[in-house]
Ligand binder design. Structure first.
Ligand code: SF4
Length: 328
């Protein structure tokens, strides 16, 4: 309240369910205005670390939920109804303590996993973008510094924002930032309020120099006419921009788009143009997400298998030094 002295404080019984925010269909036209004007503060109740696979071994309890950016495919928004501003959790000491105790119980990692060979990897930003959260509070810094001191674990998060404040943190090689990348033209349409793709690419060397491990997340891959040549241009941009040190440690994950009917309906009310790319009933089918258990739309199975192969073949040709952690 000291920082935002003209802010109006409204007490609510639960940060999670605020009917006048998340339940008000009329507010969807103010989707981005709400992100600019509303900050929810809450106490995080569930503090357990959840096992996962692929990008991490465990998902850490969130230090925030929601986002000031507004990617129209955002899966966090799928659960938030008609508004998705940032909720910052104020009990960061409880959250950090829970993660630290969990990591200490794991002991040394003896077998490599998809996420990492040597360290247990904790995903930090499944419900928010840590680079934006870092502009709101010190929660992100606290996490980066905690992992810097843990002998057997590292943190990871994906981001679409270049927040150079993070360059002053002290990650000591124990935080893996994954810059999310897609062809700039597509990004301009669906990555609303994010940093430009070109700026994310240009930031990679600086983050490597500052002691971060930096990977890239090609996600979501959105299929449209000419997507292959768009990605070749993106790979060329990366190859031209990256330093030797950045290339040496580079790895990528590739995730094709999923969508939902509910989010499609919400998006039509505030950003219908993006739906021309995301909503493709002609080539999408329903499936149950392995990660969330939710019903989602994904590209038809046989088609997707071919798309994944085509993508990874292109990536191997244009960025042969880039390890592919997984592609699906
Ligand atoms: S940056 Fe991530 S959390 Fe934020 S709107 Fe985009 S997809 Fe959602």
């Amino acid at each position: 309240m000291a920082r935002f002295s003209d802010a109006r404080l409204i007490e609510v019984p639960s940060h999670w369910n605020i009917p006048e925010l998340h339940g008000d269909q009329g507010s969807v036209g103010r989707w981005n205005q709400t992100k600019r004007k509303v900050l929810v503060l809450g106490v995080k109740k569930g503090l357990s670390c959840r096992p996962f696979y692929r990008s991490c071994d465990f998902v850490a309890p969130s230090q925030a939920n929601g986002c000031a950016m507004a990617c129209s495919y955002c899966y966090v928004a799928r659960r938030k109804g008609y508004a998705n501003p940032i909720t910052t959790f104020v009990n960061i000491d409880d959250i950090l303590g829970s993660v630290e105790r969990h990591a200490s119980r794991q002991g040394i990692k003896l077998e490599p996993t998809l996420a990492d060979r040597d360290h247990w990897v904790y995903e930090l930003g499944t419900n928010s973008d840590l680079s934006v959260d870092a502009a709101v509070s010190d929660n992100a810094r606290d996490f980066v510094e905690l992992f810097g001191g843990l002998p057997n674990a590292k943190a990871t998060f994906a981001t679409k924002l270049v927040n150079r404040d993070l360059l002053d943190y002290d990650p000591r090689g124990k935080t893996r930032v994954r810059f999310s990348l897609m062809p700039p033209e597509t990004s301009k349409l669906v990555d609303v309020r994010t940093s430009r793709v070109e700026d994310r690419v240009l930031a990679i060397n600086d983050f490597v120099e500052a002691g971060y491990e930096v990977n890239v997340n090609f996600g979501p891959v959105i299929v449209k006419d000419g997507w292959q040549s768009d990605y070749v241009e993106l790979f060329e941009m990366l190859d031209a921009a990256l330093s030797g040190a950045a290339k040496e440690q580079l790895a990528a994950e590739v995730i094709f788009l999923t969508h939902t009917e509910e989010l499609h309906e919400v998006n039509l009310l505030w950003h219908p143009k993006g739906e021309r790319l995301l909503w493709r009933p002609d080539i999408q089918e329903q499936k149950t997400s392995q990660a969330s258990g939710d019903r989602v739309l994904r590209y038809e199975k046989g088609l997707k298998r071919r798309l994944v192969r085509e993508f990874t073949d292109l990536l191997n040709v244009w960025l042969p030094y880039c390890e592919i952690r997984y592609a699906f």
